[in-house]
Design a protein around this ligand. Structure first.
Ligand SMILES: Cc1cc2nc3c(=O)[nH]c(=O)nc-3n(C[C@H](O)[C@H](O)[C@H](O)COP(=O)(O)OP(=O)(O)OC[C@H]3O[C@@H](n4cnc5c(N)ncnc54)[C@H](O)[C@@H]3O)c2cc1C
Length: 474
């Protein structure tokens, strides 16, 4: 009788745990080992801000019960993977231990993009991506866990041995300074940056928000939408700096005292959060013989297999082939979840393909709801057949509805201020509907039907939609 396979998974985030659960459902006898440096338990990274804001306890963000490892007979190894011998099928762990495997899944996520400026090593400068970042920022803003929950389990041997790990505990400036942060700067106009700004406001601070671009998140938000978000931020007391870069962090006695912008201004700060994106957390795989793309993502085929036999990758660390065939890292919760499920099936030998389908996302930008579905652009139309239709509401509800299309078909939605069901909007796109048809049926996708008056489309905007639904021929 052949012995059961040994599956090893690096990462107990959503990609790794979805894979572990799917493997166990199919293979009751297999040995499944999950290695994680960051935490004992799987938690929702997307909910970190609610813990920092004191709205949730850390344990409330854990999607699985804490007995999941025991119930599913998953072996848990709390350790840092430091290398891979793909020819010998062995994972190397810190401390010299080696873990042999038959199939390996790399689900090692992202790490913060490092701050490229002098002074980034000062105490009081950090990121907001990992559980250890959460513990650090809770200590800077609140003096400890916001809801009195237990801090992440300290792990002495990891602390000493991994200065370059994103899961290292950070020195807390507030402890050495003797008071909590009173002045704060957040660098980076993206989703993580605005979440941190919001939490700082909730902590009673009036942060500076330094955004290199001309408006917030130009990858996803157009200039008019961005102007509204800036206005809303300013209305809440945030000092927004648009089109301003960073020159350096200033400090004294190893503690940050301020941030110098590239036009020479000094923004005083006890705490600086650098939120300039994330990169695949794959530095430890250098020399493993895997094919990495320039961003560091592990290149995989459509079945999420890597160039090394028996090794697969899923989630934020994987560079998956896009619709155009080019490798692309997708750093989203639901794509990591889907990839984890597909990778498990591929590890079992099923003939599977990962296909993302229509992209979608939703978030809350301060108190402004945001939903995007399909193809949207934020600058000039990408080609001659492309157009966009907008509707701005300024009454009891403030909202912005931007629908993008090509020829006579709607291809995408960028929606702010109201809550929408992305699955209905995706169906409109998949059914190749025209703009006039879609605009008349938008209420079908509305989520806030009880307290919020329905979106009314004035006659002139309806006429414009009809015109775009029938583009001139020739
Ligand atoms: C603050 C914040 C808010 C976000 N909000 C949203 C949102 O609203 N919507 C959305 O779609 N996405 C959001 N994201 C992104 C989303 O959280 C990620 O795309 C998703 O968590 C990726 O899951 P993953 O399983 O690939 O990796 P991760 O969740 O990053 O898990 C990585 C795992 O790998 C382990 N690991 C890594 N390296 C090693 C090593 N060398 N040795 C041992 N273990 C290792 C870690 O311990 C961890 O368990 C947000 C991210 C952040 C940081």
């Amino acid at each position: 009788m052949t012995p059961p396979l040994h599956f090893v998974i690096v990462g107990n985030g959503v990609a790794g745990m979805e894979a572990a659960v799917a493997l166990r459902a199919r293979e009751p006898q297999a040995k499944i080992t999950v290695v994680s440096e960051e935490s004992d338990h799987f938690f929702s990274r997307t909910a970190l801000m609610y813990v920092l804001a004191g709205q949730l306890r850390h344990q409330d963000t854990e999607p699985l019960e804490r007995d999941a490892y025991a119930r599913l007979s998953l072996e848990r190894v709390r350790a840092r993977a430091v290398g891979l011998d793909s020819a010998g099928r062995r994972l190397r762990l810190s401390g010299g231990q080696e873990l042999p495997y038959d199939r390996l899944l790399l689900a090692c996520g992202s790490r913060p993009r490092p701050a490229p400026w002098p002074g980034a090593e000062l105490a009081g400068v950090g990121h907001f991506v990992t559980l250890q970042d959460l513990a650090w920022l809770e200590a800077e803003l609140h003096g400890g866990p916001s809801r009195g929950g237990p801090p992440p389990r300290p792990d002495a041997h990891l602390e000493r041995s991994a200065p370059d790990s994103p899961y290292q505990p950070r020195p807390v400036a507030a402890r050495r300074r003797g008071h909590l942060a009173r002045q704060a700067v957040v660098v980076g106009g993206g989703l993580i940056g605005i979440e941190v700004v919001e939490v700082m406001l909730a902590a009673g601070l009036r942060p500076h928000f330094v955004i290199r671009e001309d408006w917030f998140w130009p990858m996803a938000i157009d200039a008019a939408e961005g102007a509204w978000i800036t206005q809303r931020l300013a209305g809440h007391g945030v000092r927004v700096h648009l089109g301003r870069g960073v020159a350096a962090m200033e400090g004294q006695d190893g503690l940050v005292t301020g941030l110098r912008t590239d036009d020479g201004a000094l923004l005083p700060a006890d705490v600086v959060v650098v939120a300039i994106g994330v990169v695949p957390n794959t530095g430890w795989l250098a020399g493993a013989g895997l094919d990495l793309d320039p961003s560091g993502g592990v290149r995989v085929g459509p079945d999420l297999s890597t160039s090394a036999p028996g090794v697969f990758a899923a989630g934020d660390c994987a560079a998956v082939p896009g619709a155009d065939g080019r490798p692309r890292v997708e750093q989203l919760w639901y794509t990591a979840r889907d990839q984890g499920r597909i990778a498990a099936r591929a590890m079992l030998g099923d003939p599977v393909r990962y296909e993302r389908g229509l992209p979608y996302n939703s978030a809350k930008l301060m108190d402004i709801e945001y939903t995007t579905v399909g193809e949207v652009w934020t600058g000039p139309a990408p080609d001659a057949a492309a157009w966009e239709w907008t509707l701005v509401e300024e009454g009891r509800v403030r909202s912005s509805t931007r629908i993008c299309g090509r020829g006579d078909q709607v291809v995408g939605f960028n929606l702010l201020g109201r809550r929408w069901d992305h699955s209905v909007l995706a169906r409109f796109i998949e059914e190749r509907r025209d703009l006039s048809w879609v605009v008349q049926r938008l209420p079908q996708a509305a989520f806030d039907t009880e307290l919020v008056p329905p979106l009314r489309v004035p006659a002139d905007r309806l006429a414009a939609a009809r015109a775009l639904a029938r583009p001139p021929q020739g």
